[in-house]
Design a protein around this ligand. Sequence first.
Ligand SMILES: Nc1ncnc2c1ncn2[C@@H]1O[C@H](COP(=O)(O)OP(=O)(O)O)[C@@H](O)[C@H]1O
Ligand SMILES: [Mg+2]
Length: 257
Amino acid sequence: MSTLQIHDLHVAVETADGQMEILRGVDLTVQSGKTHAIMGPNGSGKSTLAYAIAGHPKYTITGGQVLLDGEDLLEMSVDERARAGLFLAMQYPVEVPGVSVSNFLRSAVTAVRGEAPRLRDFAKELKGGMDALAIDSAFAQRNLNEGFSGGEKKRHEILQLELLKPKIAILDETDSGLDVDALRVVSEGINRFRTSGDTGVLLITHYTRILRYVKPDFVHVFAGGRIVEEGGPELAERLEAEGYARYAGDESTKAPA
Ligand SMILES: Nc1ncnc2c1ncn2[C@@H]1O[C@H](COP(=O)(O)OP(=O)(O)O)[C@@H](O)[C@H]1O
Ligand SMILES: [Mg+2]
């Protein structure tokens, strides 16, 4: 049982003109075994929340707290956060020529578990994960993220989840650029993963499409750098029907000055 607690989080981004406040007081608690969808219009700060929790250097915490099982996550290095059980899937993963998927995953597993798995054990584990996600075996030898299609990137994310078994997984825009088949495979991966273990999932998405396959326990609507509405799965259905227009006139949803 794990809990991620976000209290009154304020985050600014470094721009050419200095700091700009993006998140303006976010409160959110995610428990293992639960799936939370964060939805909202483009530019509302959803990715900023993910990057700030993950420790991206461009994002400065200007106020508030993030605790994982009571430990101050914001005091930890990026590696320590991963070891503490946090996983972030990036909207735009970086290409790393010369590093194979297999090498990358073994390093990641080693970092998180604190010791290198035996090569033979790891090969077996990797194959099992790839089979479950219908990933071709040649994929493991490809250069990390190089020329990956949208579907391959997403399958790779889910493969990382299976191997790393984080306490809290933050998946940013996991449904962007996916065709229906890939969306189904990825959704099944998330579903298998969240029902088998006790991982809390923070699923960040602009579209409601993936929520037809992955049913969230809670839905939070983001606008103007804070949560403006919360509810259950029915809120996602309403957003699918109505879009985000109703939040546009809200003073609190205006872009920060
Ligand atoms: N690295 C950055 N440099 C400048 N502006 C940024 C940066 N990251 C985010 N922003 C700005 O912060 C706001 C929120 O962005 P983001 O968190 O990416 O929103 P979302 O993921 O909801 O689309 C936007 O206005 C965006 O332009
Ligand atoms: Mg985003």
